[in-house]
Design a protein around this ligand. Sequence first.
Ligand code: NAP
Length: 295
Amino acid sequence: MPAELIDGTAIAARIRGEVSAEVATLKATGVVPKLTVVLIGDDPASAVYVAGKARACIEVGMEEDTIRLPASTSQHELMELLDRLNGDSSVHGILVQSPFPRQIEPGAVIRRIDPAKDVDGFHPVNVGKLFAGDRDGFVPCTPAGIQQLLRQSNVTTHGLHCVVVGRSNIVGKPMAALMLQDAPTANCTVTICHRYTRDLGSFTRCADILITAVGRPGLITADMIKPGAAVLDVGITRIPDATRKSGTRLVGDVDFEAARQVAGLITPVPGGVGPMTIAMLLRNTVRAAQRLAAA
Ligand code: NAP
């Protein structure tokens, strides 16, 4: 029997509905949650992502402000802007869209954002809180979204073996940390794989929950999946497809059609993990507004 599909679009819509209700409650107390996004340069993909985030904020009743800076912006100018946003009590969430121009040091940008407004969850304080199991930090949006997909799909994760393929700071590492916690929808035995992992399949075949965040189409074939496993595919790659009007289509890391015959649960690409990322960004921003209002 083919695997059950995890419908990320529907689950994300539900979360957006919950966020919308929380925004309305905050507004009734005079607080309008606001996300400020800083976009440096004119990378077309970044502009599309930022527009999507802005639209999502408006849809749930939040305020959104996109500050567009030229590609020539200096590190000093960006730091001054972040200091101003950190001190602005009307701003609850700050996000600087990556990639950055060469003269900007990403680590310095992440460290400059007030951890209380770091809705991406990349500041070392929030990373530390995640690893330490302190739940008052912000969890990066994509891993938080994947945990939600497992929760909403009623996967009892306790004691399961979760294998994460990919060890980036934005997906792989926080994902592994999240599933390791002594917490609901966690308590897994966790393995992290990366470019140097020998015999990747020997690890993935042991996974009850397989999360892949690499960006290599076809990396995970059906024979690398344990029968009945939950497979969550974070990878997004645009490949040529002459049958489509656009001439391209998006695919994940998993050989989807074949994997579907083996897995128990699986996310499609697109429509699986992707929609959850913005939903969790909205949720993090509301949380920031709630906490800053209560402080
Ligand atoms: P990244 O920073 O490039 O990290 C990729 C990871 O994959 C690295 O840790 C790398 O290992 C590992 N890797 C590369 N080749 C491998 C192989 N053959 N076997 C095992 N591991 C291998 O990418 P990322 O930012 O985490 O993103 C990963 C993918 O997810 C991309 O396709 C991206 O577009 C997508 N993504 C989607 C969302 C969403 O909302 N759906 C959000 C973020 C990212 P090393 O560390 O050893 O190099």
